[in-house]
Design a protein around this ligand. Structure first.
Ligand code: C2E
Ligand code: MG
Ligand code: MG
Ligand code: MG
Length: 285
């Protein structure tokens, strides 16, 4: 962009591209203070059992209430936080908040043992040496059992993962923390590789759910999902589906053998009270 001589006026060749660039830079520099100022908050989206419709947990999804730009979704700032390293303290904060929230839900619900909190882990957190200790500390401080927690790691973060990278995840899995493979099927899914990974849940990417939109669904898509589900089950992995927006999709995916679902059909991500209402409504019939 060309800055006009003197003053703060800009001549923009491509105003939109420029706005994006300014925002990106501005967002990056504003990130650390945003964490200190408490501008981040978490929304929770229920995870619903496809067999009986009960709420089995929730995924924590971070948002940034930016003083000028309003609420920003994670796709706007997580990549920047990864780039600058802020993701480590931010991720720890998300984990701490979410685990505390899970304790509250578990304390208030009859079938509390079934209630889990899912938290996303970025690749930088995976390679951070304090991951296991931080997680143990957070669980202990909150008085929450490890089996209340599920950490979501994307398939792409584990591509070509060697034993050093998998070791912390294995330790967490041995303690009882569930590890889910997020966005499964988007990358270079190496099905044989699944056996090596300490995961217990496959989260089938939204693109599969989208292909269940039409009725009847594309027979090839049906076969693919059917195949993934049966392979997952044969490896003792549970299957969660993302992005369920219609009852027809839910029904199709239930018939295909998926275990748990998440999506706007059930609820959009929302404040913790909203999830409490949903889970309570469900528990009381
Ligand atoms: P994800 O983990 O795959 O999360 C699911 C995304 O799908 C969320 O987007 C959610 O709001 C959206 N979603 C849920 N149901 C539906 C639906 O029915 N239809 C459609 N179209 N979308 C649906 P969101 O909240 O924008 O998060 C985007 C990504 O940002 C997440 O994808 C995750 O990878 C990342 N993310 C979110 N929170 C955190 C965090 O605390 N730490 C890290 N490292 N990453 C996070
Ligand atoms: Mg996720
Ligand atoms: Mg996902
Ligand atoms: Mg996804």
């Amino acid at each position: 962009r060309a800055k006009s001589a003197g003053g703060n006026r800009f001549e923009l060749a491509d105003p939109e591209a420029d706005a994006r660039a300014i925002t990106r830079h501005g967002l990056t520099t504003a990130l650390p203070a945003a964490l200190d100022r408490g501008e981040f908050f978490i929304e929770y989206q229920p995870l619903v059992h496809l067999g009986d419709g009960s709420v089995r947990g929730a995924e924590a999804l971070v948002r940034w209430l930016h003083p000028q730009h309003g609420v920003l979704g994670p796709d706007r700032f997580i990549p920047l936080a990864e780039h600058t390293g802020l993701i480590v303290p931010l991720g720890r904060w998300v984990l701490e908040q979410s685990v505390r929230q899970a304790r509250e839900w578990r304390a208030r619900h009859a079938d509390a043992e079934r209630f889990r909190i899912n938290v996303n882990l970025s690749p930088c957190q995976l390679t951070h040496p304090a991951l296991v200790q931080d997680t143990v500390d957070i669980l202990e401080r909150a008085g929450v059992e490890p089996d209340a927690l599920c950490l979501e790691v994307t398939e792409s973060a584990l591509i070509g993962a060697d034993d050093d990278l998998l070791k912390p995840l294995r330790r967490l899995a041995e303690m009882g923390v569930d590890i889910a493979l997020d966005d499964f099927g988007t990358g270079y899914s190496n099905l044989a590789n699944l056996r090596r990974l300490p995961v217990s849940i496959l989260k089938l990417d939204r693109s599969f759910t989208q292909s269940m939109q039409q009725f009847p669904a594309d027979p090839v898509d049906l076969k693919i999902v059917e195949g993934i589900v049966s392979l997952a089950h044969s490896l003792d992995l549970a299957v969660t589906v993302e992005g369920v927006e219609t009852g027809a999709q839910a029904e199709q995916l239930r018939i295909l053998g998926c275990d748990t679902a998440q999506g706007w059909y059930y609820a959009r991500p929302g404040p913790p009270e909203r999830l409490h209402q949903l889970a309570l409504a469900d528990a009381t019939g």
